[in-house]
Ligand binder design. Sequence first.
Ligand SMILES: [Zn+2]
Length: 329
Amino acid sequence: MDFFDENERNKDHWMAAELILPFFPDDTRDRVTITVQQYNNIVRDKLRKEMGLRLADKESRISVPVRVVDGFTNEVVDVINKFADQIRWLLIGAKEKLAGAKEGLEFLVEHWWQLEKWDRLPREARNSVSALETSLNVVNVLSKISEMDQVFDGVKQIQKDILGAYFPGVGYRFGPPRIEIYWMAIGLFARVAGVSIEDLTVAALVHELGHAYSHVGRDIDGRVWEDSGFIGSDLEVVEGLAQFYTEEIAEELRPRAPGVLLAYEALLPFLAPPYHAHKRWKEVLAERGVANRCKETVRYTLIRARQRGAIKNKEWEELLVQTCQTLRT
Ligand SMILES: [Zn+2]
């Protein structure tokens, strides 16, 4: 969620882009754009059913447009530019490839004594054990650099969405609610998390639309979450909701797109604690023996919470427990 349109595409954004773009597939932007077009309505349909909320005004027009844009959030730009070293980013981008090379070389070193004895081993492959060991050593050293702990410790501190943004459009300057999806951020995190660009795009789209539905989705009585309530609520509640529904929808999309759930899960380790709040809700409900009614409980709790206005995480969890008691009786 993002309150203000502060992502001016300034020179810091382009410096960050220059560092990481060399290791992107050339068609990254197109792949993100096409995926958003393909899944926009599918995801909206699923969220409408899951959340029991409709994202349409009185004239039933589709609201909250989604746009794929260049650049990143400012916080991601800061993390990238902190390590302004193109080779380092090249290695980070090659993380999966290095892991594959490591695995292959380990296999060869382990079995080389058998291969060396094989009478059909091509001549140019003979007497290679020391070359293989040297290569393995090089890959190991480079893999450690590409493990990027320091780089991504910075990402985990970001208390904001990193792949997209929901602009709630509060205040006359900001226009109606809208969503931006950052294709460069998706390209980067797809690579470091080892998932496909398409799958991560869908996960990002569900998350941002999850914010839109939570905020301006109309319930059966036509009510939305008042702006001040949505904006004033704890990050755990707002992000927990978006994450909860991303997980639910990713599960539902499994027969059609099994990778979306994997992408959602692979991104979790890079996200700040509020983005894990929904896991705790699930534990709370499981402790009360209602894990199987989780969806229903969260949906009713959301409707009740929206009527209260701004809500703290503690209050949300109490409401969740209360709701589950009501549903049980
Ligand atoms: Zn979010």
